[in-house]
Write a protein that binds this ligand. Structure first.
Ligand code: SF4
Length: 355
């Protein structure tokens, strides 16, 4: 069984819906009912009702041959293909076969989101034409991980880091913000992953009907924006001497930059767009059109400045500390509980492919 996101099918001419933004990556899903039971995921084994949703998106079934033919008939429609594979019997074999067929038909780089458990699996996927392997960590909290996701965060981190060591520049992970973690947990995990050369893609938690967390709430936008800003600092490295300071509640309290530096950085790089494998924009995965836009699928020319202004204003209202003076560096009075200077780490090489 193959499913494709409704937006993907529309771009391929297999459905006809009105879209506020078209996907630039083709999103496919394979596998039956997942043997895992993550508390937030619509594919979990104990989820009641139909399993045709992941996040906010519906994923209709599609005939495999029809899908291949549509890729051939629409060259240049996408920049990438991404497979989401549930943990289910026989899924790996199906994944290998479909990756090969679609890679051949489309000529596109392929990402797979699949929990690789053995080196041979990673080798086989790469041999089949996969460019990037995604292993989702999702939950940033050590304490909450066992109940929300099962297993431990330490094991998940070590799996992702060891894959990245073996296959540098080819590993992606997903982090979901809003599962109950605090900002420091998310930030420290992002720094850890970035130091290990792993590309981090952020998602905002979206309650899905029928899951254990169906009554939960999306994260506060300000917390999400601060983490997007940090991800941008790690990617672009324009601001070499930033730091991350936390307050007593483990919130991000300062980046050691003054307001002008933060504005200038955001004007150069609008960081509130989807961040993931190159070409991934995931339109409205976690957003309702007209609602809070955690990840913009593309730069919103008319409202980008307003988004930046709102972010800066929200920081001020929240008591965020901007460094003083022209350059920020060394002139602020950072009072957070923890201070991590990361901007001058030699291991942080520019990652132009990670936006
Ligand atoms: S970042 Fe996008 S393309 Fe990459 S694995 Fe995640 S959803 Fe797929």
């Amino acid at each position: 069984m193959v499913r494709a996101s409704i937006g993907t099918l529309t771009v391929l001419g297999l459905r006809d819906i009105r879209m506020d933004a078209a996907p630039t990556t083709a999103y496919l899903m394979i596998g039956g009912r997942c043997s895992s039971d993550c508390a937030y995921c619509g594919q979990g084994r104990s989820v009641a009702g139909d399993h045709s949703r992941l996040s906010r998106i519906s994923w209709p079934e599609v005939d495999e041959d029809q899908l291949i033919a549509a890729f051939v008939a629409h060259p240049g429609a996408f920049q990438r293909v991404c497979f989401q594979a549930t943990a289910s019997r026989g899924v790996f074999r199906q994944l290998l076969s479909l990756v090969q067929r679609i890679h051949q038909a489309s000529g596109l780089p392929v990402s797979v989101s699949y929990r690789v458990t053995r080196d041979e699996e990673a080798e086989q996927l790469l041999d089949a034409g996969v460019e990037r392997i995604g292993v989702a960590i999702d939950c940033c909290s050590e304490q909450l991980y066992p109940t929300i996701r099962g297993g431990t965060l330490a094991d998940a981190k070590s799996l992702v880091k060891s894959l990245s060591e073996k296959y540098p520049g080819r590993v992606t992970t997903h982090l979901i913000i809003g599962l109950g973690e605090d900002e420091m947990e998310a930030s420290e995990l992002m720094l850890d992953m970035r130091h290990a050369g792993v590309l981090v893609s952020l998602f905002a938690f979206t309650p899905v009907q029928g899951t254990q967390m169906e009554h939960g709430s999306p994260p506060p936008l300000l917390a999400y924006r601060k983490l997007q800003f940090l991800l941008g600092l790690l990617d672009w490295e324009d601001e070499e001497h930033f730091c991350v300071a936390y307050d007593a509640k483990n919130g991000i309290h300062s980046f050691g930059l003054n307001e002008a530096q933060m504005r200038s950085f955001l004007n150069r790089h609008f960081l509130f767009v989807t961040h993931g494998c190159p070409g991934c924009n995931r339109p409205f995965y976690t957003e309702v059109p007209g609602g809070t836009m955690f990840n913009f699928p593309n730069i919103p020319a008319e409202t980008a400045q307003g988004e930046i202004d709102q972010f800066i204003q929200d920081l001020k209202t929240d008591g965020f500390e901007f460094a003083e003076g022209q350059n920020g560096e060394g002139e602020g009075s950072l009072t957070g509980d923890m201070l991590d200077y990361v901007g001058d780490e030699e291991s942080l090489s520019p990652r132009p492919d990670s936006r």
